[in-house]
Design a protein around this ligand. Structure first.
Ligand SMILES: Nc1ncnc2c1ncn2[C@@H]1O[C@H](COP(=O)(O)OP(=O)(O)OP(=O)(O)O)[C@@H](O)[C@H]1O
Ligand SMILES: [Mg+2]
Length: 252
């Protein structure tokens, strides 16, 4: 059995009266890619946001049950959320670089964590941009605005920005859905490379993408985790009829 880095037991989330996550039980393995699939509104983004407590900011949210990260309760009273988010980075659907230089985008996180040394920052910036497979494309324009990059480059820059604080887990919510096929394929290759060092959890509406790059797949429906298993099994021999209907395109 692979080591689980994140474990949920009886995890429930309500937005007011709306029961958005129902009794979720899951063990997410470390240094693997886990894909979250399911029709619109089934709770994928909600689940992803429970991992780094991004739902905390939404008024009327109620969360119960157990959710641990490396054995410690994510929702324990007094948990340091800033530090949690430093370990668990996030990349969004729409690339969202800050309106500043490419260099400053990547140096932003490390600077807020107190790193001021120029040599150290230069090193971190280069390492992160290399890690996100965009160094060669930007190394001669580091001082130029990040907003001048293409969408695909901006998304890889956002990945570099997430990597710069040396996270442990990387959450991606439809991170390639706004990108062209070539940029998408670059990010997929990148994810495959990054899983050597990071645990990646990605929401995708693209079944081929889930089948191509994830090791494990979780199928959500109406707030329930219907099925979770090795991607190969989910796509070839789903145990639940609802999973089968979804992956064969009968609904969703
Ligand atoms: N900020 C919010 N406030 C209130 N309800 C919300 C909020 N975000 C999501 N919901 C509700 O929670 C449920 C799950 O939504 P969620 O965004 O997690 O779905 P999703 O699977 O990510 O869908 P999509 O594929 O369309 O992104 C839906 O009923 C949605 O309306
Ligand atoms: Mg979503």
């Amino acid at each position: 059995m692979e080591e689980a880095i994140l474990s949920a037991r009886g995890l429930n989330l309500y937005y007011g009266e709306n029961h958005a996550l129902k009794d979720i039980m899951i063990d997410i393995p470390e240094r693997r890619i886990t894909a979250l699939i399911g029709p619109s509104g089934c709770g994928k983004s909600t689940f992803l946001r429970t991992i780094n407590r991004m739902n905390d900011l939404i008024p009327g949210v109620k969360i119960s049950g157990s959710f641990t990260y490396r054995g410690e309760e994510i929702y324990a009273p007094g948990r340091d959320v800033t530090s949690l988010r430093r370990h668990i980075g996030m990349v969004f659907q729409k690339p969202n670089p800050f309106p500043m230089s490419i260099y400053d985008n990547v140096a932003y996180g490390p600077r807020t964590h107190g790193i001021r040394n120029k040599v150290k920052l230069d090193e971190l910036v280069e390492e992160s941009l290399r890690g996100a497979a965009i160094w060669d494309e930007v190394k001669d324009r580091l001082k130029k605005s990040a907003l001048g990059l293409s969408g695909g480059q901006q998304q890889r820059l956002c990945i570099a920005r997430a990597l710069a604080v040396k996270p442990d887990v990387l959450l991606m919510d439809e991170a390639t859905s706004a990108l062209d096929p070539i940029s998408t394929s670059k990010i997929e290759d990148l994810a495959a490379e990054l899983k050597k060092d990071y645990t990646i959890i990605m929401v995708t509406h693209n079944m081929q993408q889930a089948a191509r790059i994830s090791d494990h797949t979780a199928f959500f429906l109406l707030g329930e985790l219907v099925e979770f298993g090795e991607t190969e099994q989910i796509f070839s021999m789903p145990r639940d009829k609802r999973t089968e209907d979804y992956i064969t395109g009968r609904f969703g």
